[in-house]
Each structure stands twice: as C-alpha cells, then as structure tokens.
Design a protein around this ligand. Structure first.
Ligand SMILES: Nc1ccc(Br)nc1
Length: 444
C-alpha cells in the first residue's frame, strides 16, 4: 500500500492495516456548524414543538423549501450583510447556487410558482436551517434554524398584529413574560415620507434602511458618511436622524402631520395590540428599521429588556418582494425567529427546561436462550404503543439496572425461565421498587 498516512511506524507488525487507510479525520462538525447529540436534540425538539404548537393555534400551515436555492433569489443590491455573507457556490452543473440565508425569498418563489391556484390569505409557517458564510475571524455560527410565520394577501395591519400575537403566545408558552422581553415597533413609511418630501428617488429607500439599521452597531459619523455616499442631501440626513430619535407616536404625528399612512398604521396596530391583550409587550421606536432591504411598512423586533442579547426575532411588511422576482405583487408580512438567542435568553433567566429521555419499559432476557422470548415481549408491548428498550445482548443485572436508571425507564421487565414456563414475566416498577409477576396477556 502507499506510504505515509495511517500506517504504523513501529517495526513490529501490528494487525493488518486496511489498504489506503486515512489519517484520523477531524471528528468535529465543519466550522460554524453544530451537531445535535441526544441532549441538545431534546432541547431543539422542545423548542420546535413550541414553534409548531403556536403556529397551529394561529391556524398556520407548515411549508418547507430546499436549503439549496438559486443564488439569484438572494442577489439584492442594497448593501445588506445577509448578501455579503451569502453561502454561495457553483455546482457541478455550473449553476450559481446558495445555501439559503433566510426563508422569505423561497416563500415568495413558491407563491409565484403556485400563482392563482392559491386562495388568499395564505398563512404559512416553516422551520428551516439557514446559512451564512462569515469569515471565521468573528467565530460566529454559520447556520441556525429559523421559525418563520408569514401572511400573504392581507394589506391591513391586522396581519402584523396577528403575527406579533403569535410570538407573544410563544414567549408566554415557554415562560417568558413582558418584563423579560418587548417588541420595538416602527414603520418604514416614516422614512419613506421623509425621503419623498426631499423628492429622493425610491431606489434609495432600501439602501437607506440598510444603513440606518446599523445605527447602534457603527459610529453615527459612519452612518452619516454612508447616507451621503448613497446620495442623500445633507439636510435630509439631518432630518432623518432627528426623526429616528422621536420617542412617541404623538410626537411623530406633530413632525409628520396626521395625514400620512405611517401614523395611521401605527395607531391601528397599537389599538389592535390593546384588543389582543399584548399592549404591555410593544413600544413605538422610530429608530428600528431592521436590516432586510425588502421591508416596506411596519417593522418590529423582539428584544430582551436586560439589554444583554441581540434581537430575539424580527419581521415586518414586504409588499413589493414578489415583483422583484417578476411576479405580481401581493401584500405580505412575516417574521423570522432564530434558535440561538432565545436559548441564551432562557439560560439567562434560568428557565431552560429539564428534558430527560422518556421510556416506558426496558426488557431483558435473564438467559441467552430467552432472547427470543424477550423480543416477543418487546414486540407485544410496542404493538400496544409502549416504548421498549430491549436489551440486545447478555448483560449482568447490575448493568441492566444502571442502564434502566440512565434512560429513565419506568418499568423493568425480566424474562426468566421459571416465570416464562408459566407464561409470565417479572415486572419491577423502578420508581417504587414494587415487583410482581404478570401473565403475558395481562401485561399492558
Ligand atoms: N442569515 C443568517 C444565516 C445564518 C446565521 Br447563523 N445567521 C444569520
């Protein structure tokens, strides 16, 4: 065989080494990605179960899309970070493809594909893994799972109010209250009205929003520089930054006048919040614009009131996304909720759920020649819908008890010769230690 890699250097002949054996591979997952061994998978399943339960309560239907999409779906020219970090490549058919960084463009693609056959409004939800390729200098993850809920075909802010209600329901379900988190709510129409008053062209709108979204991440001078570099006149920059510091709807109304859509929508949303019963969860914040280019109206983000974490979730209205893919526009709004910050929040609050493996029975043959009998018992219980961990090789009882404890089994069922001859098995309830012999056909 070839020299090098994997061959033993010692002169003594060891056991035959497989031809072409490889160097020990790196058993860690690729940079920025995670494995989900059982304990982590229980937590992930718990989280996703709550995502699905809330979506069900709100009457949303689950959808999914390929994790791999045409790169074209995500090519936007508004300077977004999500674009700069696109996990894109050329496949073996020389197609430009990308691992999706978000789910909304896929939703738009499917809605256009389905076209007139869809009866509106659509209420769809998805939980999907999303990717970014970030230089590992920042050591951040390259994948996360995102829960999305979207409403297509409803132009009124009742749709946004419904989405926020779903997220509030989710937070309450996992033990998070309005004293832990809140939602900052704004409308991009405020910005749009300002740009229009300076007769600044529409296509600057998305770029300006993406720049404003960085307002708490980079120095204000950098923000001003970037705004000027995309073509905003100085006085527009000044008024815009003024507006971002407005603290209340009434103050905003004074500046903008009561005629614009922005004020009307925000007022309606806050009044609906009252009726939904989540007023204490939301606040107006003129500085929130979110960083995705396609939002056109109401935007919102969930934040932790302790101010220790990044945004928990975010969303808004995107009435023009479909036409950017050549489809007919439909009113649309939705949100994304990642699987990372929420877990950090639960850890901070000390309310991570304690999730243990659940199994009802562990079944063990006391002699090797009763292995078949044990298999029969296991099958019978499984056919009754009971979970069974069947011991698959001869093991000392001590080992069986230890395993029973580790997998948190409720019952230990021992198949022994004397009992089996009488058509019985020995059953031990592990919580109480109570032991009894039970006829097989009475076991349930
Ligand atoms: N868009 C995106 C994708 C993956 C991660 Br991790 N964060 C953001």
């Amino acid at each position: 065989g070839s020299g090098g890699g994997g061959y033993r250097s010692s002169a003594l002949a060891g056991p035959p080494v497989l031809e072409n054996s490889v160097q020990k591979i790196d058993v860690n997952p690729p940079k920025g990605t995670r494995d989900f061994p059982p304990e982590e998978m229980r937590l992930r399943n718990w989280l996703f179960h709550n995502f699905r339960e809330v979506s069900r309560l709100s009457g949303f239907e689950e959808v999914d899309y390929p994790v791999l999409e045409s790169e074209a779906l995500f090519i936007r020219k508004a300077g977004e970070e999500i674009r700069d970090q696109l996990y894109c490549f050329e496949d073996r058919g020389n197609r430009r493809v990308a691992l999706r960084p978000e789910l909304t463009p896929s939703l738009a693609r499917l809605v256009i594909q389905k076209g007139k056959s869809l009866s509106l409004p659509l209420k769809w939800f998805a939980i999907g893994q999303c990717w970014r390729y970030e230089r590992m200098t920042r050591g951040r993850r390259r994948e996360h799972y995102q829960w999305n809920m979207d409403i297509i075909g409803v132009p009124e802010v009742t749709a946004e109010a419904e989405l926020i209600s779903s997220i509030v329901t989710f937070f309450k379900k996992i033990g998070i209250s309005a004293s832990d988190v809140g939602f900052k709510v704004n409308s991009r129409k405020v910005l749009q009205e300002i740009l229009m008053s300076y007769s600044i062209s529409e296509n600057l709108f998305a770029k300006v929003c993406v720049i404003i979204d960085k307002i708490e991440k980079i120095p204000i001078d950098e923000i001003k520089k970037e705004l000027k570099s995309v073509g905003m006149p100085q006085e527009a920059v000044n008024e815009l930054l003024e507006v971002l510091s407005i603290k209340s709807l009434s103050e905003l109304e004074e500046i903008l006048g009561g005629a614009g859509e922005a004020i009307a929508e925000l007022k309606q949303l806050f009044s609906l919040a009252e009726k939904f019963g989540y007023s204490e969860w939301i606040q107006f914040d003129a500085s929130v614009v979110r960083g995705l280019a396609y939002y056109t109206g109401i935007v919102f983000e969930g934040f932790d009131r302790a101010g220790k974490l990044r945004a928990i979730c975010g969303g808004g209205r995107y009435d023009r996304l479909l036409s950017t893919f050549g489809g007919d526009d439909l009113p649309a709004c939705g949100f994304g909720f990642g699987d990372a910050v929420i877990i950090e929040l639960l850890k901070e609050k000390g309310i991570l759920p304690e999730l243990v493996p659940q199994i009802e029975n562990i079944v063990c043959a006391l002699d090797h020649d009763l292995q078949g009998a044990a298999a029969t018992v296991a099958t019978m219980l499984r056919e009754k819908g009971q979970s069974v961990d069947l011991v698959l090789e001869s093991k000392p009882l001590k080992w069986v008890f230890k395993r029973a404890a580790r997998i948190n089994a409720q019952r230990l069922i021992l198949v022994g010769n004397t009992e089996w001859k009488k058509g019985m098995v020995s059953v031990k309830i592990l919580s109480s230690g109570e032991q009894s012999e039970i006829k097989l056909d009475e076991l349930e």
